[in-house]
Design a protein around this ligand. Structure first.
Ligand SMILES: [Zn+2]
Length: 300
């Protein structure tokens, strides 16, 4: 199958985008063309051929399976109109510095912050290649607390508002950064940190860490471990990191464990470049499916 081509199969400007996608039907038509460029192919049995039902779904002529073009995609089971989804895609892809959930909510007049956050979460998840390779070469690994400032709270922060996150960044020569991996971890123990390194860094790579003791033992796992132990001195925040991630002392931690300054540390600069949502939203109840269920045999 021939992949879509930039400047031909995608709108080249916002004006063109608005012309192409004026209704949900336009969006569905475009998705069908992207997914089944030579006609409907049943995702259940793999056979080509089917007919379109009144509700927009397709029925396979071989196994009677009913499915929609959005099944299994980021647009699956959502109540948000596809036109809003497509506009979110445009904003997400064209924003030079990324886009926050609050900004998306305002610009598209989305009803709730949680909906905008969930949309961005799905879009970001689509950027992750499932079989991506682990980081190679020289990789700096460190962990930090991520979380936003909460209005109205002075002198402290409620428990559970920050997430302990481990970050790995490829260091390029003579300078610059390559790929990056981030993941929340339960605590800063040896099990958590080294499991993150194993999952994200190819054995044989040089792993650069600070002197935090739980990083010891990476050599036995096949890495070249470069420790910058002098950075560990005078960092009492480490003791706090060893506790549960729910225990965040807020300002005290920030004061005693400040961000590293200067251009020597890759991770310190990354924190200014990556936009992270303040906190995950909570959904009171599962969201309904977008399409009505016409009976059994539906795989969407
Ligand atoms: Zn089928």
């Amino acid at each position: 199958m021939e992949l879509p081509t930039a400047d031909i199969d995608y709108p080249r400007s916002f004006g063109e985008f608005q012309t192409w996608f004026q209704s949900d039907a336009d969006c569905l038509d475009y998705l069908e063309w992207l997914r089944w460029p030579t006609g409907f192919v049943c995702p259940a049995c793999g056979q080509a051929g089917g007919w379109r039902l009144g509700d927009g779904r397709y029925m396979c002529t071989h196994c009677d399976n009913r499915t929609s073009v959005t099944a299994g995609t980021i647009f699956d089971r959502t109540r948000t109109p596809l036109t809003v989804w497509f506009a979110a895609c445009w904003n997400f892809a064209s924003g030079k510095d990324g886009i926050s959930a609050l900004s998306l909510k305002r610009s598209l007049q989305i009803g709730s912050y949680q909906t905008a956050w969930a949309m961005l979460h799905r879009l970001r998840s689509a950027l992750v290649r499932p079989d991506r390779e682990r980081l190679r070469g020289r990789v700096e690994v460190d962990e930090t607390y991520i979380g936003g400032i909460e209005p109205g709270l002075v002198g402290g922060r409620a428990q559970g508002k920050k997430v302990l996150t481990c970050i790995a960044v490829e260091l390029l020569q003579p300078s610059g950064f390559g790929r990056c991996r981030m993941a929340p971890i339960a605590d800063a123990s040896s099990d958590s940190l080294q499991a993150f390194v194993l999952a994200n860094v190819e054995p044989g790579a040089t792993v650069v860490t600070d002197g935090w003791p739980p990083y010891r033992g990476l050599e036995q796992k096949g890495y070249i471990h470069e420790r910058r132990s002098q950075r560990a001195r005078g960092r009492p925040g480490r003791a706090l990191a060893g506790r549960t991630s729910n225990c965040v002392p807020g300002k005290a931690l920030a004061a005693r464990d400040p961000p590293r300054s200067g251009g020597r540390c890759a991770l310190a600069q990354l924190s200014q470049r990556i936009r992270v949502p303040l906190q995950p939203p909570t959904f009171a109840q599962p969201r309904a499916v977008v399409l009505p269920d016409l009976g059994t045999g539906c795989c969407s």
